[in-house]
Design a protein around this ligand. Structure first.
Ligand SMILES: [Cu+2]
Length: 193
């Protein structure tokens, strides 16, 4: 079992609050009282860890960025661990000053043909760690991926976000059609080539 899988299993998604970290500190309390509670619960997708662009061509190389919009209940982010979906033949993380990169590979059952020959191993997880991203700041963690030739499919990337003091977010819920889970995994739609 990989380190990432263990982290997923050890995580209790209900143990953290998305709401407290979402409220802007600059908003006066009097104004907050006027905001209907359902608005407070509707955490915008942009506030989580999401991939931009949301769509990439199928069967092609694409630069995707994991946008990290906040820490864990005010604590700074110290690690971002991305689980890679089956079907990516390549995933190359962009180095980031102050952060250490770890790539974990897995063997594939059927070798993947690429323009550089047959691949018998594919990336399973990519992690950036050791840096410090303050809660008030915004950052992007970038990788170059080779997407499978499956237009119309949505690839799911579960993400573990670790923070100073031991807090963490597990962005691992797979969004069902028409639903907005509380801790959605990052997703990438595959468009026409
Ligand atoms: Cu969020």
């Amino acid at each position: 079992m990989s380190r990432f899988r263990r982290a997923l299993l050890a995580t209790v998604p209900s143990s953290f609050s998305a709401i407290s970290t979402f409220l802007p500190l600059a908003v006066p309390a009097s104004l907050l009282l006027a905001v209907p509670i359902f608005l407070l619960l509707a955490v915008p997708a942009g506030a989580h860890v999401v991939i931009t662009p949301a769509e990439a061509p199928a069967g092609a190389s694409a630069r995707i960025a994991f946008m990290v919009g906040h820490g864990c209940a005010g604590a700074a982010t110290t690690a971002i661990e991305v689980g890679l979906p089956e079907g990516l033949s390549t995933a190359r993380p962009m180095p980031k000053p102050g952060w250490t990169i770890a790539v974990e590979m897995r063997s594939v059952q059927r070798p993947i043909p690429t323009e550089h020959g047959l691949l018998r191993q594919a990336p399973a997880t990519i992690a950036w760690s050791g840096g410090l991203l303050p809660d008030q700041h915004y950052e992007e963690f970038v990788m170059l991926v080779a997407t499978p030739n499956r237009p119309g499919e949505t690839l799911v990337f579960p993400v573990i976000q670790r923070c100073e003091g031991g807090g963490q977010h597990a962005w691992v819920e797979v969004p069902a059609e028409g639903q907005r889970p509380r801790s959605p995994a990052a997703t990438l739609r595959l468009g026409a080539r």
